[in-house]
Design a protein around this ligand. Structure first.
Ligand SMILES: Cc1cc2nc3c(=O)[nH]c(=O)nc-3n(C[C@H](O)[C@H](O)[C@H](O)COP(=O)(O)O)c2cc1C
Length: 271
């Protein structure tokens, strides 16, 4: 059990842990806050560690370290809305890449942020695979396109766009990006797809902050549901999967395009 207890030398009895988590309670007789998780139901969300002003929660074997910084109590001072608005509004799917590979320590920075994405119940059943081998990327691209056109009968829908991509790129499905990052989940439920989607979004935004470009690849996801060889070739294990390409962008955008605005019930102001 990673939460071991409370350091009473440090605890000032403020009870914020009790307010934050049901496994903490006040032992009135001893006038002490206690932690008790008899059924091992603690999800390891770490809110008790995060909230304690005295850093009095004792834990072990989280497989990671806590982290704090100036401004943590006022995150809008770190990224104000106007900056985030620009960053997100101008975030684009990139389909033109430089040949240059992304250094491993830069890819690691992207993966590091992905590992801090929230997951339902804080279950962490995901696996990560980065494929950078060009031969393998080419084989994957061929296999996915073949599966979509032949197995799934999507020829009429996709043939023309794949033909165009084949003219422009050596590895058409991945727009010649040097790497594909796969995220898979051992959970076989819709929640896993949400988790994967959020994790990929964290990764794509992290990549943008490092000067990299990315594009989600939904085709490989669809095709892999029908052709099990695709995940095998990629070396990806799991019940659900998502993937995005990553590399140095060879395109710059001058403006953020408009998007159709959808109606919002419950907001009685003009949007
Ligand atoms: C779940 C999902 C799957 C996608 N799959 C692909 C894909 O297989 N190939 C591709 O070129 N773009 C793919 N995209 C990118 C979308 O086409 C793109 O987000 C959309 O056209 C808007 O452009 P923007 O991302 O630059 O704003 C995907 C996006 C999402 C969210």
């Amino acid at each position: 059990m990673p939460i071991v207890g409370i350091d009473y030398e440090k605890c000032n009895g403020c009870r914020l842990c009790i307010q934050e988590c049901r496994f903490y309670f006040l032992d009135e007789a001893k006038n002490k806050v206690l932690f008790e998780d008899l059924d091992n139901m603690c999800s390891l969300c770490g809110h008790c560690i995060a909230v304690c002003p005295q850093d009095a929660i004792i834990y072990e074997d989280f497989g990671d370290e806590v982290f704090t910084f100036e401004g943590i109590e006022k995150l809008d001072s770190i990224v104000p809305y106007d900056n985030l608005y620009k960053f997100l509004r101008a975030h684009r799917s990139i389909r033109h890449y430089k040949k240059k590979e992304v250094p491993k320590d830069t890819l690691k920075k992207v993966i590091d942020i992905m590992q801090y994405a929230p997951t339902g119940s804080n279950l962490r059943y995901e696996k990560y695979v980065i494929v950078s081998d060009r031969e393998k990327l080419k084989s994957l691209s061929d296999m996915v396109i073949d599966t979509l056109l032949n197995t799934l009968g999507m020829r009429a829908q996709y043939e023309k766009s794949f033909e165009a991509q084949k003219r422009d790129y050596e590895i058409p499905l991945f727009f010649d990006a040097p790497h594909v990052i796969f995220v898979s989940s051992m959970l076989d439920m819709q929640l896993a797809d949400h988790n994967i989607g959020i994790i990929i979004t964290y990764g794509r935004l992290a990549a943008q902050s490092l000067g990299l470009g990315t594009c989600w690849n939904g085709y490989i996801n669809i095709a892999s549901q029908y052709n099990k060889k695709i995940m095998k070739l990629a070396g990806v294990r799991g019940k659900r999967m998502g993937a995005f390409i990553i590399g140095y962008p060879n395109i710059t955008f001058k403006r953020a395009p408009p998007r159709s605005r959808k109606p919002v019930k419950g907001l009685d102001i003009d949007q």
